[in-house]
Design a protein around this ligand. Structure first.
Ligand code: ADP
Length: 398
């Protein structure tokens, strides 16, 4: 095992998140967040040894400038020579990739070809890869796709019931996201429960700002709630999740909004925010619900009810249920949401243990249901960066 460190990059159109990890121990030596990229007041914030430091990117306010500032910071702390490879989160690998891959020209071309499937994310991911190739010259780069883990979904799970020519002509189908998190959490859950993952039927709920559920059988994804884009499925912080597709034409006809405006409304102004008319943040919603805020109470109930309905439907895809696994910021911390969901799912054999449910928060894993000999619900913290770092180290031969 080498002592090389892995740089993990997660690029958005105007942001770049980075972390330097020891892929063997999981220790994070440095993390950073560049914001307002492509604006003149872009800046990057570093966190190292418990200290925060902010650096202006005004001289080169783009992804390359951010990666350059990151290299300078690593040099300052004598870490630059210890970086052995760079791992990139890439949102869509379409049908081309079912695993992480060492990046070469062919991979870059494939990521570019998938831009229509992830028009906001893949171009930013490509910028990050090119910046890393420019600045960290000669280091291997690895792409870890959000969609890859779900490539095991059968056709009856990924096909939309619309004329099949659209799948043939445009690759229009369900892809799913959060795959890196599901892969990590599925392994961790099996380990935590002391079970062989190949004989576990799991439903995993990844509940962050974006939220989805997936059915895992024999360690493989059978179905997931997000589809062509992350808009499908659960109620999320600002996304509506599933709707009657006719809502689109109804809004267009009755409000005069255009396609892009309605898409934005469903992605950015809906979900917990739209229902509560208060916030997209689950913590705020819970605080206000406790004070009796009607919108917050309704938002929480809809969030939990829709999630519970999806858990039950994913048990169909998994062929039964041995473990319901909660992860992501809400899944790992909100005892209230978990209690509601487990309550709705009692008919699946789950019975909440309130004490255990309160104990499994703030980074603590734990079973949160009574031992009935049947299905359990369990909290497992996710770590997508570590998964990316581990794939990157393996594929780079470190
Ligand atoms: P992202 O998808 O951006 O990675 P996270 O996984 O960090 O998001 O999850 C963010 C969500 O987790 C927010 O809705 C936040 O309110 C929620 N959350 C974090 N801590 C708590 C908590 N203690 N109680 C309830 N919700 C929480």
């Amino acid at each position: 095992m080498s002592d090389k460190l892995i740089l993990v990059l997660n690029c958005g159109s105007s942001s770049l998140k980075g972390a330097v990890l020891d892929s063997a121990s999981g220790e994070v030596l440095l993390s950073c967040l560049a914001e307002k990229l492509n604006l003149s007041d872009a800046f990057i914030t570093f966190k190292i040894n418990g200290e925060k430091e902010q650096v202006s990117l005004a001289a080169q306010p783009n992804h390359t400038g951010a990666v350059g500032a990151l290299l300078a910071e690593l040099q300052k702390h004598g870490l630059d020579s210890r970086i052995g490879a760079v791992g990139h989160r890439v949102v869509s690998g379409g049908e081309a990739y079912s695993e992480s891959v060492l990046i070469d020209e062919q991979v870059l071309a494939a990521v570019e070809k998938c831009i229509p499937l992830a028009p906001l994310h893949n171009p930013a991911n490509l910028l990050g890869i090119r910046a890393a190739q420019d600045i960290f010259k000669g280091l291997p780069n690895v792409a870890v796709f959000d969609t890859a883990f779900h490539q095991t979904m059968p056709a009856h799970a990924y096909t939309y019931a619309i004329p099949r020519r659209f799948y043939r002509d445009f690759s229009l189908r369900r892809y799913g996201f959060h795959g890196t998190s599901y892969r990590f959490v599925a392994d961790e859950a099996a380990r935590f429960l002391g079970k062989d993952k190949n004989s576990l039927r799991m439903v995993i709920a990844h509940l962050g700002n974006g939220a989805s559920v997936a059915a895992i059988k024999n360690g493989e994804s059978q179905d997931t709630s997000m589809g062509l884009t992350p808009l499908e499925g659960l109620v999320m912080g600002t996304r509506s999740g599933d709707l009657d597709p006719s809502v689109f034409s109804f809004l267009a006809d009755n409000t005069g909004l255009g396609i892009q405006e309605i898409t934005d409304l469903l992605n950015k102004q809906s979900g917990l925010l739209g229902i509560s008319e208060l916030s997209n943040d689950c913590r705020t919603i819970e605080e206000e619900a406790a004070k009796g805020h009607e919108g917050a109470l309704l938002a929480l109930e809809i969030f939990a009810y829709r999630l519970a309905k999806y858990v039950a439907s994913m048990a169909v895809a998994a062929g039964g249920l041995d473990a319901l696994v909660f992860t992501g910021g809400i899944g790992e911390n909100s005892a209230l949401v978990r209690a509601k969901v487990v309550g709705y799912c009692e008919f699946l054999g789950l019975k909440l243990n309130e004490e255990k449910n309160l104990a499994a928060r703030f980074g603590n894993a734990g079973v949160i249901t009574e031992d009935t000999g049947g299905a359990v619900a369990v909290v497992i913290p996710t770590n997508e960066e570590l998964m990316i770092a581990q794939d990157t180290a393996r594929l780079s031969g470190l």
